[in-house]
Design a protein around this ligand. Structure first.
Ligand code: ZN
Length: 273
């Protein structure tokens, strides 16, 4: 399984919050308490057993209340570089320099907020010259990032970590269209529970759109604890998913998307450097 050092925001300094590995494994969609520093913690912690850490996408525990649900979630309301954001219309800049190492084996299960694939063998993805490990991937429906104010049917987040634990999340928006076999193994896990996770494979290279122009900006996890220091890369082109595939995901979770956050002082560019 994933065994890097403690997960820290990409631009971490000693004074910044260190995100435990347990949260990285669940990044984006965990209910594990932030105080849980057991790097062996896995998706089986993700069912909100700790009432102090429970959150939701609507109602009294919905996104506008996350920051007050737990001391550990304060960044959700006090942060200044939060995700997702509204992105500009496609500018078709240079293609993302990404080389994936092929199919990664892991376990897929519903963690209570999304269907999450958790990588077991940490295959490498090279992005912009950096050697990263795919840690996990999951979905949101509809998309979290919007483009010119418009959401897509779904969004996939491929969560990567560098050797120091800095996070890079590659976001892929999906439209309703033709069946996409590259997503079959992952979607087959949509009905699996954490107690009976389904073995599956994720091939980042095959699951990304062919054309890889992108938007990039500095942001955060889009779920509590909303930790900042996450490098976001959202591809401009989209993939298609069949209606049956979207239905399988939406049957597991629908409306599991955080609303867009203010961009503030940040800029969205087409250049990783
Ligand atoms: Zn996500």
């Amino acid at each position: 399984m994933f065994s890097s050092p403690r997960i820290a925001p990409r631009r971490a300094t000693a004074s910044l919050l260190v995100v435990p590995a347990a949260l990285l494994v669940l990044a984006g969609c965990a209910t594990a308490p932030a105080s849980d520093t057991d790097s062996g913690a896995r998706a089986d912690r993700a069912h909100g057993d700790d009432p102090g850490s429970s959150w939701a996408y609507s109602g009294a525990e919905g996104p506008e209340h996350w920051g007050g649900l737990s001391d550990a979630f304060g960044t959700c309301s006090s942060g200044s570089e939060q995700s997702p954001v509204d992105l500009p219309a496609a500018r078709h800049g240079s293609a993302l320099d990404l080389t994936a190492g092929g199919p990664v084996t892991g376990q897929t299960a519903d963690n209570g907020h999304t269907v999450q694939f958790t990588a077991e063998d940490g295959a490498e993805t090279r992005i912009g010259g950096d050697a990263l490990q795919l840690v996990q991937m999951h979905f949101h429906a509809g998309s979290e990032h919007t483009v010119d104010g418009e959401a897509a049917a779904a969004e996939f987040h491929f969560v990567h970590a560098d050797a120091e634990g800095g996070l890079t999340v590659v976001g892929v928006l999906a439209d309703r269209g033709g069946h996409n076999t590259a997503y079959d193994s992952y979607i087959a896990g949509a009905t699996a529970t954490a107690d009976a996770a389904r073995k599956s494979t994720v091939d980042v290279g095959a699951m990304l759109p062919e054309s890889r122009s992108y938007s990039t900006y500095a942001g955060s996890l889009t779920t509590p604890p909303c930790s900042e220091g996450v490098r976001w890369i959202v591809l401009e082109d989209r993939v298609e998913l069949g209606s049956d595939q979207l239905a399988d995901l939406e049957a597991a979770h629908d409306h599991n998307a955080r609303p867009v956050q203010p961009l503030g002082e940040r800029t969205v560019t087409n250049d990783l450097r």
